[in-house]
Design a protein around this ligand. Sequence first.
Ligand code: UDH
Length: 287
Amino acid sequence: TSKYENEKVSTDQNYKLAECPEMPPDLGPLDIRFVYNTSILKIISQNPNIQHGGRSRPQHCMAQQKIAIIIPFRNRKSHLRTWLYYMHPFLQRQQADYGVYVVEQIEDTLFNRAKLMNVGYAIASKDYDYNCFIFSDVDIIPMDGRNLYRCSKNPRHMANSVDKFNFKLPYSDIFGGVVAFTKEQFIKVNGFSNVFWGWGGEDDELFQRVVAVGLKVDRPDQTIARSRMISHQRDPGNERNGKSFSLINKAYERLHKDGLSSLKYTVIGITNHKLYTKVTVDIGNGE
Ligand code: UDH
């Protein structure tokens, strides 16, 4: 090797970024009003540091977690645009090393939010060495930058103070909206159940799984966890699941046989959009 190459190698080795701080600087309350009509092109131009597929990482420090954000999706284009508009700046200010995965269920089947989350986990894991998975509805936006979108010692429930519920927990075991799991935690609970078709119950079942494996749920302080939900009607194809109570009653029995261990799906397409990776998937129809 030439002298020049030796120098180059030693420079690269010496150039190690310092770890990012636990609490990034200058975070605080955000003004979230949902009164805008920005185009995707404008969001792209406002976020020049996003890489194709909706990836970003801090430029001046080494992030401690590699975070995949998984969003279950069908027919919510304007909600997704709102999410991208607010959340890319939010995550970058939090100095996150992250990628956004929008997991779209094909038409004409009953919606299955939980199974889409499992698919997102499986696809993102093949993409990059993610060690933290944040499962987020497309219609929830945090109102304070200090609500860190990170994993912690226990699975974490970020949406514990939503405007729709007057910023209170409607019941103590609620675990919907936005939750974060390390890879180890998610494997330990065997992911979400795959058998909740239609609206309701899959998030309560996930709570039961967390408890069953001896973990707890962490929640941020409610004053900083304030979030807004875009109000909407129930979607067609996502009617209430009438069986969810009887399913949850047997959550412990299904824990090891229903979840990541039994996940089956067919990928229809994976597209790298500028602001997110879109995974279109056929997850069956529950029959
Ligand atoms: N989702 C879709 N498309 C659908 C259904 C659900 O993208 O057709 C996703 C989306 O990310 C959504 C999440 O799944 O944020 C949760 O579904 P949801 O928004 O229907 O659930 P939520 O409990 O609302 O937030 C329930 C309907 C409330 C109707 C109240 C009318 N006043």
